[in-house]
Design a binder for this molecule. Sequence first.
Ligand SMILES: C[S@@+](CC[C@H](N)C(=O)[O-])C[C@H]1O[C@@H](n2cnc3c(N)ncnc32)[C@H](O)[C@@H]1O
Length: 216
Amino acid sequence: MTDAQSFYGRWARVYDWLASVPGVASWRDRTAAALALDPGDTVVEMGCGTGANVPALRERVGPAGRIVGVDVTREMLDRARDRPARTGGSVHYVQADASRPPVRGADAVLATFVAGIFEDPAAAVDAWCDCVASGGRVALLNFQRSQSALAAPLNLAFEGFVRLSAPGTRLSTRSHASAFERRVRAARERLTARTVDRRYETMAGGFVGLLSGTVT
Ligand SMILES: C[S@@+](CC[C@H](N)C(=O)[O-])C[C@H]1O[C@@H](n2cnc3c(N)ncnc32)[C@H](O)[C@@H]1O
């Protein structure tokens, strides 16, 4: 069992509650919007957790669209599967390692609050881009320290936030926040290298960043 599986297996119920608090829904909606989905499209979510993005995705792909959720933690998928009403109908959930996703030819891929977990985030992003048909979009949503001067006190709290929320303590440096941000940066750099028509936006006072692009 990986660090992520034991961490999220233990915290699935609490995570499910946190994942759906009001306010977070608008970040999820903007992420789904960045994918430029059409009705009938196939969208794959890497590290889908308890399915909190599904309503925003279903709204865009419609009843004929296909949503595939890939996650390595059985307890998170169990919660997602228990919520057909919230997730608006049938979703194909697959328990698998998202760094080797068992999918090809999708119209879009998203990974929200996931890239910072991977030891080799650039390789994971490569695999995600390879899942998407040419012209499809990939979106990464992540927490980060804010660049805003007003956010300085909260940036101090970011270290504690990462220590509590990042599975495992293999972020082998004194600053977990820095290690976490290095991973997110590596993921974003690889997405930048693999895509055109990129869009970057921040939310929550700069503490959440969304990068999306079109795979060539
Ligand atoms: C912070 S949660 C994010 C869940 C969801 N994307 C959301 O926005 O609510 C991270 C998720 O990534 C999953 N995860 C971690 N490592 C993974 C891997 N190698 N392959 C697939 N899923 C993974 C965890 O099980 C967990 O459900």
